[in-house]
Ligand binder design. Structure first.
Ligand SMILES: [Zn+2]
Ligand SMILES: [Zn+2]
Length: 272
């Protein structure tokens, strides 16, 4: 299994999950809040095709995640897995639009695992100001486990066993509290981001690693960094300190850029 990040942050998010081999191989698009053309080019950089994914999976209705999910599903003639309550939250997610584009909608529910080919997917509800928002745990047939958690305002939900056995983790490190406070954002926006339904600060994300870094973890990728209120160096330092505290000095956190291919693990890319 491999998580391939193509874009990460408020200018758009898109990832591909690749699992299985041969006839069993599937590629799942996780969110598409970037232009389709950009997504196609970035996927091609990774040797993958956004136009032939086997399924599309949506975390939540915010445009930086959802803008083009229906278009990608329509183009690939792939089903769209989404929580039923995100439907109709935006024009692009209207039930009528999904029907018009002949996209098959497959609703998922919190903590109810479902299968896409060899890939087992478990949605986990997250506290965020687009209700509902979900992160996901992915499990391959050979027992590899990866997780993708972004867009959450409080860290606690990830400290209750959700990360057990995870080998590869993509985790939001959104903002540095000092930069947010002294940055360009008006107070109401800064409050929304730092509130319990906003985004994880570097410190909050680091607290997850301190409290709940699983022994199984082999790869850590810091995602959804704010362009205005964070720096890759600050996020990486916060993660580094937390990993050291957790006795995991062996792990080297990586930072996902706003756009560009990052192989976030857990495995070396399967040869197909
Ligand atoms: Zn977002
Ligand atoms: Zn969001």
């Amino acid at each position: 299994m491999q998580i391939v990040l193509l874009a990460s942050g408020s200018t758009g998010n898109c990832a591909l999950i690749e699992a299985g081999r041969g006839d069993d191989r599937v590629v799942v698009a996780l969110d598409c809040g970037i232009a389709q053309r950009t997504g196609r080019d970035l996927a091609a950089d990774a040797g993958l095709a956004l136009t032939s994914v086997d399924a599309v999976l949506l975390t939540h209705a915010h445009a930086d995640h959802s803008a083009n999910v229906v278009a990608v599903a329509a183009r690939a003639q792939a089903p769209l897995y989404a929580h039923p309550e995100v439907i109709d939250q935006r024009p692009q997610l209207r039930a009528s639009e999904i029907a018009r584009r002949r996209v098959e909608l497959r609703p998922y529910a919190d903590r109810a695992s479902f299968q896409v080919g060899p890939l087992r997917i478990t949605p986990i509800a997250l506290p965020h100001d687009a209700e509902p928002t979900h992160g996901f745990v992915f499990e391959s047939q050979d027992g590899q486990r990866a997780a993708y958690f972004s867009d959450l305002g409080r860290p606690e939900v990830l400290m209750e066993g959700v990360l057990d056995g995870v080998e590869s983790l993509v985790l939001e490190f959104n903002y540095d509290p000092e930069m947010l406070e002294n940055g360009p954002y008006p107070p109401h926006l800064a409050q929304r981001i730092s509130g319990g339904l906003g985004h994880l600060s570097n410190d909050q994300a680091a607290s997850i690693l301190r409290e709940a870094c699983p022994d199984s973890l082999q790869q850590l990728t810091l995602a959804h960094l704010s362009r205005h209120n964070n720096r890759p160096r600050l996020a990486a330092e916060a993660a580094r300190a937390a990993l050291d505290d957790a006795g995991r000095s062996d792990l080297e956190p990586r930072v996902a850029p706003p756009k560009g291919v990052v192989y976030a693990g857990p495995a070396a890319r399967p040869r197909v």
